[in-house]
Design a protein around this ligand. Structure first.
Ligand code: ADP
Ligand code: NA
Length: 332
């Protein structure tokens, strides 16, 4: 049996979005417990699978750290660090590259989405991304990984890698990690195209809410969000087949810790002209204190770097013996 341990990461490849907050960060904060290790990470090695401007990448890593701290990740009781500062991740990823099969990688839908039609021109790192993610998780023998729905397939692959490693070498060394994907915020959609997830990279700024957006910008973006001519339904069943409407109700529910049913019950049959400003007010109420604190923290990059360095040190205390044991099992 493996002791419960939580791990998760976010790529520093652009500003944090409401999708990152509701799908990941908010739940990481809630899962913090003094009774177990909570390990949270800015995954900069993942970010460079596509081109990153070097100074922007460094700033992005600090912004992630500031976002996590401002949202309530407590660096005294959780481990908060930057992936590249713990070289064991890359070392374990190489071993997993030799355990995972090419056919498994070929089935990863996120690679297909991100590489697009020109997969030949994608980096080898983008292709091997899930193997590095498995290393991030298994580096700590993490048992639970809170993520958004888009990461489900990668966590399943992590389980496959763990199982194959254990069976190849006749050991019970890596756990079967569970993805924790719960609540209405696990798939926040793009505000202008309800069929795409909201993302910090790729889409235009009007399509997403950034954690650093000011109140006016948030209000404007929700006002311009795509909706259908009908307003809110009388019951949640009325959201079926209406992705844009469902998205706005889900965002409201996730921000307020309510169920979508309770949100609908509060605004039965409301017009968008009523609901969108209420949603914008709610988002500002929740995000403004976080973005204010983020800005304050980002004014002192050296202090963020110190916190990340301390976190990396704590992470390595767990990672080093696990990597040593892995090498020994493999015969290295
Ligand atoms: P992005 O797609 O914004 O670059 P990452 O790949 O860094 O985000 O993902 C960081 C975490 O945020 C993951 O757990 C991911 O599942 C979650 N996440 C990202 N976008 C969304 C979204 N639109 N809705 C819910 N969760 C999301
Ligand atoms: Na903890």
């Amino acid at each position: 049996a493996f002791t419960p341990r939580v791990f998760s990461g976010i790529k520093p490849s652009g500003g944090l979005t409401l999708g990152n907050y509701l799908g990941a960060i908010k739940r990481w904060v809630d899962m913090q417990s003094p009774d177990m290790d909570n390990i949270y990470c800015a995954v900069d090695l993942h970010a460079i699978t596509v081109w990153q401007d070097p100074p922007a990448l460094k700033a992005g890593t600090r912004e992630i750290a500031a976002g996590l701290l401002a949202s309530g990740i407590d660096p005294e009781n959780s481990i908060l660090f930057n992936q590249s500062q713990v070289p064991e991740h890359a070392q374990l990823a190489w071993i997993f590259n030799c355990v995972a099969r090419v056919g498994w990688m070929n089935r990863m839908t996120q690679f297909k989405d991100k590489a697009g039609k020109n997969a030949e021109k994608a980096s080898l790192g983008l292709y091997a991304y899930p193997s590095l993610m498995a290393a991030d998780i298994l580096m700590y023998h993490a048992t639970h990984v809170p993520v958004g729905e888009d990461q489900k397939q990668h966590v399943e692959l992590t389980r496959d890698i763990a199982a194959k490693f254990n069976s190849d070498f006749g050991v019970d060394f890596f756990p079967q990690t569970e993805a924790v994907i719960e609540g209405p915020g696990t798939r926040v959609m793009n505000l202008r195209d309800g069929t795409k997830k909201m993302s910090k990279s790729g889409d235009s700024d009007m399509e997403r809410i950034n954690m650093l957006d000011d109140a006016d910008t948030i209000a404007k973006k929700f006002k311009k969000a795509k909706t259908d001519p009908d307003g809110l339904p009388e019951t949640v069943e009325g959201l079926a087949g209406r992705p844009e409407a469902k998205n706005l109700v889900d965002i409201y529910a996730s921000l307020s810790d309510m169920t979508p049913e309770a949100v609908i019950a509060q605004y039965p049959g409301a017009s968008w002209g009523t609901f969108k400003p209420a949603l914008a007010d709610l988002a500002v109420t929740k995000l403004a204190p976080i973005s204010d604190e983020m800005k304050r923290l980002m004014d002192d990059p050296a202090e963020i770097d110190r916190k990340l360095a301390r976190g990396a040190q704590k992470a390595r205390e767990i990672a080093t013996p696990i990597l040593e044991k892995t090498y020994d099992i493999v015969g290295l």
